[in-house]
Design a protein around this ligand. Structure first.
Ligand code: SF4
Length: 341
């Protein structure tokens, strides 16, 4: 995997300009995304969006923020959105995960995505193990012919012990990215973490060989986890999950990593350090609340910031959880068979 900054310094992505940021007009263009590939061309020519999901047991707030941003782009630019679920990859690469568990994960993640409120007339959700299109599989086979084992091993870190299904998956991922262009004739815009840029580059190489428009990309670095390490679906204290209860949200935010001083008196006197503070970043990026100046001057204390974050977070989550309930009939129609645990 590439380090985020290396996408520009070593791998030829472009830094986002003020003009491109302003054209989108969303704070994520300043606080999350910092680089792109052909985003200027996509804006000029018209585009469709691809934003994939590798399903997990529970989606967290970082996933939700990303898909909410995609929904914002859909509305702002009136574009079609394609959301491929790589549940096949999960089954192939996660040892111990059963087929039924993966289907259950599809269903749970689908509820979250539908609850965001995509315009379903302009949204295509493709779940590989459930409703994969013949054309997408055919495109994957065409892509697979162009990928050597050594290329795939280098890009994905596969070894000789990797199962043969996983070795084919890169071709599926490329088909997920290129299919929207085949279907619409428009350039696909991939909204993705900069550490995943290697997969975009591979898809761009294959697109060129298949005489398709190369996919564009918006590349970003996502929120740090509450504990200061990376947010992870498998480390509960690092993230707020979309189905967390009020008590869980409260406990996690109260234990979050901050840049506060040892005592309130010291903090009032010398101020805190917002540069290293996760609570500050979450408040600013997720809710547009900037407390940095007040923090540095000691005018606000960590308890107040955490209380504010809890209030905002719970208001958003409570609403999301209600919407999750409402979209169940749509999810069941897409999945047809709801796996029971
Ligand atoms: Fe972070 Fe707020 Fe504490 Fe400053 S006062 S370190 S911004 S939690």
């Amino acid at each position: 995997m590439e380090k985020p900054e290396e996408v520009i310094t070593k791998f030829g992505a472009q830094p986002l300009t003020e003009e491109l940021r302003a054209k989108v007009g969303h704070r994520f263009m300043y606080d999350i995304f910092f680089a792109h590939r052909d985003f200027d061309k996509a804006l000029k020519e018209g585009f469709v969006i691809v934003s994939g999901r590798g399903p997990s047991r529970r989606m967290h707030i970082g996933h939700l923020a990303l898909f909410s941003f995609v929904r914002f782009l859909q509305e702002k630019f009136n574009v079609r959105v394609f959301i491929p679920f790589s549940d096949d990859e999960k089954l192939l690469t996660r040892r111990g995960l059963s087929y039924e568990e993966v289907l259950k994960m599809d269903y749970e993640n689908l509820l979250d995505i539908l609850a965001i409120g995509f315009d379903l007339e302009k949204t295509e959700i493709m779940i590989d193990l459930i409703n994969l299109k013949q054309e997408v599989y055919n495109l994957a086979v065409r892509a697979a012919r162009l990928l050597t084992t050594s290329t795939v091993k280098a890009a994905y870190g596969f070894t000789d012990e990797t199962n043969i299904g996983a070795m084919f998956y890169p071709a599926m991922q490329i088909a997920h990215i290129l299919w929207p262009t085949v279907a619409t004739g428009k350039r696909a815009l991939v909204v993705i973490g900069a550490d995943q840029d290697v997969f975009v580059k591979l898809a761009r190489d294959v697109a060129e060989k298949l005489d398709l428009k190369k996919p564009a990309a918006l590349l970003g670095s996502f929120l740090p986890g509450l504990t200061g390490e990376k947010m992870s679906s498998s480390k509960p204290e690092t993230a707020i999950y979309t189905t967390d209860s009020y008590e869980e949200v409260k406990r996690k935010i109260w234990n979050a990593f901050t840049g506060g001083r040892e005592t309130a008196a010291l903090q009032r006197q010398f101020g805190g350090n917002p540069e290293v503070c996760v609570v500050e970043k979450w408040l600013r990026v997720l809710f547009g609340i900037d407390v940095r100046r007040r923090c540095r001057s000691g005018k606000i204390l960590c308890g107040e910031c955490k209380k504010l974050l809890l209030e905002k977070m719970w208001k958003m989550l409570e609403e999301h959880q209600k919407k999750r309930e409402k979209v169940k009939p749509i999810a069941e129609k897409i999945i047809k068979r709801v796996p029971r645990s």
